[in-house]
Ligand binder design. Structure first.
Ligand code: NAP
Length: 313
């Protein structure tokens, strides 16, 4: 099969850390162009204007959008209007309505659109889902605590409206929860801690209503120094499960199952996302599950806001 030509737009941290290595390593894909206002990638044709790329490179069928969520809609709309298939970094947009609009445009145009959730592709998520099937959930606790200064240096967009704050990583936990739980849950309470000088929360505590009455909660915190936690702990009528390292490690009833390499917890996620995208493009498929984002939107709707000390990087 011929490699599919793809353009990558928004050449920043995630494009360099994950997208470029995944594309270079895959025979399904040819990284044919980049679009970025400042950055370029050695050996790849670079554009600083998206429309110019769409006009000049009609041979490029697919675009993958790696910029922060607020600017992403305009790029996605332009790509669909130009008949290109579109892959969206998480979260797929800044609002639910714009994501619904993009899906409708893609259906109308007959192109693929894929709202990616990289954490769903973490090594042990499918095994966790399989183990949970048929068991009765009694509790689920998300603990997502990381040091924003370490993982998001200089990313001022995270603190601006639409940047999600601590929900930028927290939505990854919700993408796993919505993948592995058979039952739909919804936000019952939300507490948002917002630094005086920021527009988005630095920490959040959520509880959810579960149809079977299980206790479901999430504690998200960007202020954690030292040990970092990306854990989901689950109790059922037939034992317990802990997904840790963002889904790369699984333990069942206290026993660690096989684990992905711990020096790179994201390992394998992006190759799997691009394999999914290659299949979707072949079938002209649409995969636009917005359930993780709906929980975040609900957390903002119900959120009881508390002002906390300013965030100085
Ligand atoms: P980033 O490095 O801060 O930004 C990515 C690039 O987007 C920038 O280098 C910039 O490139 C471009 N950009 C920024 N603002 C823009 C604007 N207003 N209009 C057009 N382009 C703009 O961010 P990132 O960490 O890569 O995150 C990007 C997305 O990936 C986010 O949605 C994030 O949630 C997701 N993600 C990040 C990680 C991670 O570990 N960082 C992991 C998984 C997913 P130019 O200035 O050159 O145009």
């Amino acid at each position: 099969m011929m490699a599919i030509k793809i353009a990558l737009a928004g050449i920043g941290k995630i494009a360099r850390d994950q997208h470029i290595p995944a594309l270079v390593a895959s025979s399904d894909w040819e990284l044919a162009a980049t679009v970025s206002r400042h950055a370029t990638v050695d050996g790849v044709e670079a554009f600083d204007d998206f429309e110019a790329m769409l006009q000049a490179r009609r041979d490029i069928e697919v675009v993958s959008l790696c910029m922060p969520p607020v600017p992403r809609f305009d790029y996605a709309r332009a790509a669909i209007a130009a008949g290109r298939h579109v892959m969206l970094e998480k979260p797929p947009g800044a609002t639910l309505s714009e994501c619904h609009a993009l899906e409708a445009m893609a259906r109308e145009a007959g192109v693929t659109i894929y709202a990616t959730w990289h954490s769903r592709e973490a090594a042990m998520v499918a095994s966790a889902k399989a183990w949970l099937a048929g068991k009765t959930l009694t509790s689920l606790v998300v603990t997502w605590k990381e040091d924003v200064r370490k993982w998001h240096p200089g990313q001022t967009w995270i603190w601006q409206a639409g940047g999600l704050g601590v929900f930028d990583p927290g939505i990854n936990a919700l993408s796993i929860v919505t993948e592995i739980l058979a039952d739909p849950i919804h936000v019952a309470s939300s507490e948002l801690l917002i630094p005086e000088n920021c527009e988005t929360p630095i920490a959040a505590n959520l509880t959810f209503t579960h149809p079977g009455g299980a206790q479901v909660s999430a504690e998200l915190d960007f202020r954690k120094e030292g040990d970092q936690f990306w854990n989901i702990a689950i109790e059922t009528d037939q034992g317990s499960l802990v997904l840790s390292e963002g889904g790369a490690t699984l333990s069942i009833n206290g026993e660690i199952q096989t684990t992905a390499s711990s020096d790179n917890a994201l390992q394998g996620e992006y190759p799997r996302l691009y394999a999914n995208m290659a299949r979707l493009v072949q079938d002209r498929g649409i995969d636009m599950d917005l359930s993780p984002m709906a929980h975040v939107a609900d957390a903002f709707l119900l959120g009881k806001r508390t002002s906390v000390e300013p965030f100085i990087e």
